[in-house]
Write a protein of this length. Structure first.
Length: 309
């Protein structure tokens, strides 16, 4: 079962932390391990996001240094939000560089997000619900086997953030492998190359789904199948976790099935960790799935072309 590994201060072996988190465990930090001014937290707690049509989280994109879904904010509040999320993103990155150094060399800093909504009773369509167990997969950003590492912070002054987790990836496959078809191996024949050239061209036009590897296709199907399977949601083994005000936690959310049942006001920063930076790549969802299916699920040529953008 999943363990919560509490880290009070730096100093233990980073390899051990990588090992724990790659085994599907949760790294837990009782206090925010970097400076976070009280006034910035107070500003975030005042945000209601009522003007936003889709009630989406506010996202910060580090490569563009821009926030999205900020329609409800005036100019000066928008600038303040952007500064706070940039600080958070920078602080999480330098902190994790210190405790998970094997990842820092090759990681891609993905989005940070501010989640101002109460998760309990949130009215979302099934595939978008956070309170159903799932593993994360990105429809518009194909990963080609790179891992989704997420660092969360509960900034709510009173309320715990309540999570439930179930099986890690290998256990999930036992339940779902018969129900979801695994895509066929990547082909490096001339025909395969021609198809890849076509996909790449469509990808350039902005159709992200054409740049998905067979692995990405499977992970999206798994995400949907889990949320849509009422029997699994009801009967699977569950662990409950309370993350108190002011605490942080990190987890590979593409591996450990998770759901947020209750809680409001959280921050999160995502990192994409390539296979080559992992301490135990053989435990990654990609390797576990390739072993179980005997298929070759990452298109190395498409990956190379995609990264040359
Ligand atoms: Co998730």
């Amino acid at each position: 079962m999943t363990k919560k590994v509490t880290i009070e201060k730096k100093g233990d072996s980073p390899i051990e932390y990588c090992d724990e988190i790659e085994n599907g465990n949760i790294l837990f930090f009782p206090k925010i391990p970097f400076p976070f001014p009280e006034e910035d937290i107070a500003f975030l707690l005042e945000q209601k996001q009522t003007g936003s049509k889709n009630r989406k989280n506010i996202a910060y994109k580090p490569d563009k240094e821009r926030i999205t879904n900020h329609e409800a904010l005036g100019k000066s509040d928008r600038e303040k939000m952007q500064r706070i999320l940039k600080n958070y993103s920078d602080n999480v990155s330098s902190f994790l560089e210190g405790i998970l150094p094997p990842y820092a060399q090759g990681w891609k800093k993905d989005y940070a997000s501010f989640r101002p909504f109460q998760e309990k009773g949130r009215n979302l369509r099934t595939r978008a619900r956070n309170d159903l167990l799932h593993v994360d997969a990105f429809p518009t950003r194909p990963l080609h086997g790179a891992r989704i590492l997420r660092f969360f912070t509960n900034i709510n002054p009173k309320e715990n953030r309540h999570w439930v987790t179930s099986d890690s990836f290998a256990g999930l496959l036992e339940s779902f492998l018969g129900k979801i078809e695994v895509p066929k191996s990547v082909s490096y024949s001339n025909w395969g190359r021609l198809c890849r050239w076509g996909k790449r061209s469509l990808g350039k036009l902005g159709v992200a789904s054409f740049l998905r590897s067979p692995y990405d296709v499977f992970m999206l199907k798994l995400h949907h199948a889990m949320k849509e399977d009422g029997g699994f949601q009801e009967n699977c083994p569950k662990d409950h976790w309370d993350f108190p005000p002011g605490s942080c936690w990190a987890v590979f959310t593409d591996q450990l099935s998770h759901a947020a049942l209750q809680g409001q006001y959280a921050l999160e920063q995502t990192f994409l960790i390539p296979q080559t930076s992992l301490v135990c790549p053989e435990k990654s969802p990609l390797c576990v799935l390739e072993r179980a299916s005997c298929e070759n699920l990452v298109d190395l040529e498409l990956l190379e072309q995609s990264s040359q953008k």
